[in-house]
Write a protein of this length. Structure first.
Length: 155
C-alpha cells in the first residue's frame, strides 16, 4: 500500500486509496513538511458531506481549491472544475486533495466518485508537464490523524 507516499512528487501515480488506520507520525510530519516547504496547497474534505451527487462534490472541491467556476458545476459534468484545475496548474506550486471518510462516499454514490477520478486523471498531464505534484487521496478507513495532518491549507 502506498498510502500518502510520494504525494510531494509529480507522478502519474496520483490517485491514492489509503486503508491504513494508523499513520506513522514521523513519516506524516516529514511529508507534510515537504509539502509546506514546496508551497503545495493541501485541501482536506470530509467525504460524509459529499454524498449528494456530482454538483455537490464539484462545488465543495471547487470552493476548497479556489476554482473560479465552482458554482457553475453541472449535475452531470465536472468540466468547469477541471478546466479551473488546468488554470491552477499555472498558478499553484502543486495540489493535494485529501478526502477523508471516503468509504462512506464510495458506498453512497460510487458512480459520482469514479466519474470524479476519471475527470481528475484527464487533467493531470497539465501538472506533470510542469513538474508539479497533483494528487487525489481517498482515506478509506476512518482516521482522526488525517484531519490533523491535512485540515489546514498550508500553501
Amino acid at each position: 500500500m502506498r498510502g500518502y507516499y510520494e504525494i510531494s512528487r509529480s507522478t502519474t501515480a496520483c490517485v491514492h486509496f489509503v486503508f491504513e488506520e494508523g499513520l506513522d507520525d514521523l513519516f506524516m510530519t516529514e511529508i507534510t513538511g515537504q509539502l509546506r516547504q514546496m508551497r503545495v496547497s493541501t485541501i482536506y474534505l470530509d467525504g460524509r458531506g459529499l454524498e449528494k451527487g456530482i454538483s455537490q462534490m464539484c462545488r465543495a472541491v471547487g470552493s476548497a481549491i479556489g476554482a473560479e467556476h465552482a458554482d457553475g458545476c453541472m449535475e452531470d459534468s465536472y468540466v468547469s472544475l477541471f478546466d479551473d484545475m488546468i488554470t491552477l496548474s499555472n498558478e499553484l506550486a502543486g495540489l493535494v486533495i485529501v478526502i477523508d471518510w471516503a468509504s462512506d462516499l464510495f458506498d453512497a454514490d460510487r458512480s459520482t466518485v469514479l466519474g470524479f477520478i476519471e475527470a481528475f486523471l484527464a487533467q493531470i498531464n497539465h501538472w506533470i508537464e510542469k513538474g508539479k505534484p497533483c494528487h487525489l487521496c481517498f482515506q478509506l478507513s476512518p482516521n482522526e490523524d488525517v484531519r490533523k495532518y491535512f485540515l489546514d491549507n498550508f500553501s
